[in-house]
Ligand binder design. Structure first.
Ligand SMILES: Cc1ncc(C[n+]2csc(CCOP(=O)(O)OP(=O)(O)O)c2C)c(N)n1
Ligand SMILES: [Mg+2]
Length: 537
């Protein structure tokens, strides 16, 4: 605890620093000037985007690759409403972000100040916590509480706005950073799950994003090895077990779900990605970091709530040992067969280009800890299947919120957090339109990253399904061959057009070695549809 005096921006910056925040994403607005002044004086880096949605996605991308709070500062009114989709994204993925808002002056509230609107009702349903700090003392208290809440399981976005006349100055005690606490699990629940594992011959484990957020990846791998259980991952769970681990699986999911005699889901909801938890009567165990995250299904075989690493290691400790080699080998042979089948499309010489050929060229050029971002439809579905993840926090997709347009913001956040890593954003030609102006942001901030546009001239993931269901499609066409590479060049970055399969590799090579952002615009086959069977509803 130290006493600091100054305006509320300085005090806010002090609190942010206590929590390890050294970067804030923003887009300028007069309501934020005092916060900016505090950050400048405290040495907190301010990074500006061309749209508040991208600033907020950059904060989320930062959080996703660091597991530390990402912070965005959005100006009052439209600045905040522009950030809403990205705040909801953080809510769906449990990403710890803090959104600071400007706000019209309280002293004149109700008389019609510029951008005067109460933001709290707008963000209440998509945040863990939303508050207004009306004076400097409240700024300190509320900001500390906000940062702590964002990082406390179950993590998520928090919102704090400050009216223009709420910045002090004042002399305030800055508290030490509040501790983040996780829940200790009930030992009986853990024992009950361990017993389930003991009774199972063919268990499977599904690990999701909260395993990553909860730093439980070592416990996951350790528990899987002791239990001899195959592991599948989704969302940010990807990479919590390296894709080349003998117990890591991705292609044999249907068989695993059909033949398993126990399905244990850890750190991810039983949502549309997991058949809403309905596996035709196979017993389901659900493990979550907080009670709010446990499925409402009344037919769960068992459940446990609390620190995921403690629970996983507790199960492994208590479960009787069992030989599951035959089960693991059964899935492995299916996995291997599926990978062998995919080889043909990865190497495809088809003209127009098969989208998977792009991955055939990209994958060998990726480092083990490359951060791969997927923003698009079919093009990204191929990446989800074909690009393996070996390191936690290295595959960022829109998650269950599914908001196109997050790619450039995530790339910005990821790069600034990890200046030494490869950053690759895979974008559909539809998706890139949402944040096209952020190419300028990437250039201005000298963001070393490779953007690959899978340019099929359509909203592929809408056009093909609509055709299948209705026999025709509407509003699903884009302009074929649009020169997104020239947009990048015009804005000051490196851009290339690729029209032949043999050109992809050399273009990627140049993109990886060029400083600053590069965009490789690959024209792909619009008739190619990702083969899918998922039920989204
Ligand atoms: C903000 C937002 N708007 C609309 C959608 C619906 N949507 C999902 S996939 C998709 C098509 C994406 O097209 P593109 O980025 O070109 O990728 P492609 O499927 O063609 O590979 C659309 C419009 C969405 N997910 N998010
Ligand atoms: Mg497209």
């Amino acid at each position: 605890m130290t006493t600091t005096s100054g305006h509320g921006g300085l005090l806010a910056a002090e609190v942010l620093k206590r929590h390890g925040v050294d970067t804030i994403f923003t887009l300028s607005g007069g309501h934020l000037f005092v916060i900016y002044d505090g950050c400048v004086k405290a040495g907190i880096r301010l990074v500006d985007t061309r749209h508040e949605q991208s600033a907020t996605f950059a904060a989320e991308g930062w959080a996703k690759v660091t597991r530390r709070p990402g912070v965005a500062a959005l100006t009052a009114g439209p600045g905040i409403t522009n950030g809403v989709s990205a705040i909801a994204s953080a809510q769906f993925t449990g990403s710890p972000i803090v959104v600071l808002g400007g706000r019209a002056p309280q002293g004149r509230w109700g008389t019609g100040s510029l951008q005067e609107i109460d933001h709290l009702p707008l963000v209440a349903s998509i945040t863990k916590r939303a508050a207004t700090a009306f004076d400097a003392a409240q700024i300190v208290h509320e900001l500390d509480a906000s940062l702590t809440a964002a990082c406390t399981p179950h993590r998520g976005p928090v919102f704090l706005d400050i009216p223009m006349d709420g910045f002090g100055p004042a002399e305030v005690e800055i508290p030490d950073r509040s501790a983040v606490r996780s829940t200790a699990p009930d030992p009986e629940s853990v024992a009950a799950i361990a017993k389930r594992f003991g009774d199972a011959e063919r268990p499977v484990l599904f690990a999701g994003g909260d395993v990553y957020w909860g730093f439980a990846e070592e416990a996951l791998v350790g528990a899987a090895e002791i239990l001899g259980v195959p592991v599948f991952t989704n969302g940010l769970g990807r990479g919590t077990i390296p894709a080349d681990h003998r117990l890591a699986f991705s292609r044999s999911r249907s068989t695993a779900l059909a033949e398993a005699d126990l399905i244990c889901v850890v750190g991810t909801p039983l949502d549309f990605r997991l058949r809403f938890g309905d596996f035709d009567g196979t017993p389901v165990v659900h493990i979550a970091d907080s009670a709010t995250e446990i499925s409402g299904r009344d037919d769960l075989a068992a459940s446990a709530v609390g620190d995921l690493a403690t629970i996983l290691l507790g199960i492994a400790d208590a479960a009787p040992s069992s030989d599951r080699t035959a089960w693991v080998e059964r899935l492995r042979s299916e996995e291997d067969a599926s990978r062998a089948t995919d080889q043909a499309m990865l190497e495809s010489d088809a003209d127009p280009i098969h989208p998977a050929r792009i991955y055939g060229e990209l994958i060998p050029r990726l480092d083990r800890d490359a951060i791969v971002i997927g923003d698009g439809g079919d093009f990204v579905s191929y990446a989800g299947k074909l690009v393996d993840t070996f390191t936690p926090g290295c595959f960022l997709d829109p998650g269950p919120w599914g908001c196109l347009g997050m790619g450039p913001g995530y790339a910005l956040g990821a790069r600034l957090a990890h200046p030494d890593r490869q950053i690759v954003a895979l974008l559909g030609d539809g998706a890139i339109g949402f944040a096209l102006a952020e190419l300028d942001t990437l250039v201005r901030h000298e963001i070393d990253c490779v953007l690959v546009v899978g340019n099929n001239g359509i909203w592929g993931l809408e056009k093909h399904p609509m055709n299948m269901i209705f026999g025709y499609d509407v509003v699903a066409d884009l302009r074929p061959g649009t020169r997104y590479d020239e947009v990048m060049t015009a804005l000051g970055g490196h851009g290339e057009l690729v029209t032949k399969p043999g050109e992809i590799g050399p273009a990627l090579e140049r993109a990886f070695t060029t400083k600053g952002p590069s965009l490789v615009n690959v024209l792909t086959d619009p008739d190619n549809a990702y083969p899918r069977s998922a039920n989204l509803a």
